[in-house]
Design a protein around this ligand. Structure first.
Ligand code: PGA
Ligand code: ZN
Length: 425
């Protein structure tokens, strides 16, 4: 019998990479194992995400404190999971979901529940003396994800004139992860030089990418292509491009109406955006496009996928919120061909695994992701290897909360040695 019963659970309020409070949870086991996990937090959140419980007390952190969530960890969730064997992840998560009793975890808070869920997984792995990626992914976990590096930020992640939230450099032609990381990190540095030379800002946005005031989104893509070439790589062959429009952030009704600052600006319909997408995909080496339409624009998404889904990975983020209820509808309707996967959108490790399984069963891809508000916790790196999705996004080559994940992936690749796999598809 494994001696890994949960003997202690304790939460505390810490700060995330934006300086906002978030939840950290410590878990202790009967064999003396201690593990800790910290919960991330988004900015351009989907309306149907599990609820991040915040105090609302304006006298602390403008209402963003998480003391209630911490109290829920200490007083409620600790009672629920106490004495359970830590490897019973699915049962532990189920008990916490039942204790919450709501569909969106608004009672105890997805931040409280996820903190316990992640810390339990880590404790179970440590107790079993296997790395977290192997504990969650099994003996076959050996594929290091291609790093889709967000080197230029716009939208709600930056105060600039660019509507598209993320411009990612994807090292599809690299032989392994560490070389892939080098390709895109060098592109990031080269991009800095180009921006500097043009007198543009080299300050970074929330995910560590540059946030210059460019004249248009086209200029952003073209400048990235220039940086790829100047860094010595072939666009499309060595390094391709991925975008996250986060289109909900420039939609006026979250359905078919949009208002842009760029590309001529003004009001656009979903058909306008699809036409623009088609033009861009024919001109630029774009292989992945996340949230090209807004979260309630199911029909726009479907049309985009019908037209362009054979050319690019169409990823749904705000529309699916890592929730099998919405992903299953997407699979049935042909809304996309991939889902973004964010642990805190759904709120437990085992529900996140369910979302991944659903995508895999449907022949969809799934794209493991950090949040714009992060901590130094590198849980995501192990999780991405365990889920075998082949790619992840965890920001740029700056800001330690982003590098923590890349560095952990380097460590995992090193540990796996020649058994490590790396390929785009
Ligand atoms: P968020 O952004 O973490 O602010 O939601 C990430 C994304 O939209 O993919
Ligand atoms: Zn997104």
């Amino acid at each position: 019998m494994l001696n890994n019963k949960i003997t202690g659970v304790r939460g505390m309020e810490i700060l995330d990479s934006r300086g906002n409070p978030t939840v950290r949870v410590y878990v202790e086991l009967s064999d003396g194992t201690e593990a800790v996990a910290s919960v991330p937090s988004g900015a351009s959140t989907g309306e149907n995400e599990a609820v991040e419980l915040r105090d609302g007390d304006k006298s602390r952190y403008g209402g963003k404190g998480v003391l209630k969530a911490v109290e829920n960890v200490n007083k409620v969730l600790s009672e629920v999971v106490m004495g359970m064997p830590a490897h019973e992840q699915a049962l532990i998560d189920k008990k916490m979901i039942e204790a919450d009793g709501t569909e969106n975890k608004s009672n105890l808070g997805a931040n409280a529940i996820l903190g316990v869920s992640m810390a339990v997984a880590r404790a179970a792995a440590e107790s079993a003396k296997v790395p977290l990626y192997q504990y969650l992914g099994g003996a076959g976990a050996r594929r290091i994800p291609v790093p889709c590096m967000n080197i230029l930020n716009g939208g709600e992640h930056a105060d600039n004139s660019v509507d598209i939230q993320e411009f990612m450099a994807i090292p599809v032609g690299a032989p392994n992860f560490r070389e892939g990381l080098r390709y895109v990190a060098e592109t990031f540095h080269t991009l800095k030089g180009i921006l500097k030379k043009r007198g543009l800002s080299t300050g970074v946005g929330d995910e560590g990418g540059f946030a210059p005031n460019l004249k248009s989104n086209e200029e952003a893509v073209e400048t990235i292509i220039e940086a790829i070439e100047k860094a010595g790589y072939k666009p499309g062959e060595d390094i391709a491009i991925g975008l996250d429009s986060a289109a909900s952030s420039f939609s006026t009704d979250l359905k078919g109406s949009y208002e842009l600052k760029w590309s001529g600006g003004g009001k656009k319909t979903d058909d306008d955006l699809i036409a623009l997408g088609e033009e861009w995909i024919s001109k630029y080496p774009i292989i992945l496009w996340e949230d090209p339409l807004a979260e309630a624009d199911w029909e726009g998404f479907r049309k985009f996928t019908a037209k362009l889904g054979d050319k690019v990975e169409v990823v749904g983020d705000d529309i699916f919120v890592t929730n099998v209820k919405f992903i299953s509808r997407g699979i049935k309707d042909g809304t996309a061909n991939s889902s973004l996967i964010k642990l805190n959108q759904i709120g437990t490790v085992s529900e996140t695994i369910e979302a991944v399984r659903m995508c895999r069963d449907a022949g969809w891809r799934y794209f493991i992701s950090h949040r714009s508000g992060e901590t130094s916790d590198a849980f995501l790196a192990d999780f991405a290897v365990a889920m075998d999705g082949g790619h992840l996004k965890t920001g740029s080559a700056s800001r330690s909360e982003r590098l923590a994940k890349y560095n952990r992936l380097l460590e995992i690749e090193n540990e796996l040695g020649s058994a490590a796999l790396y390929y785009w598809k």
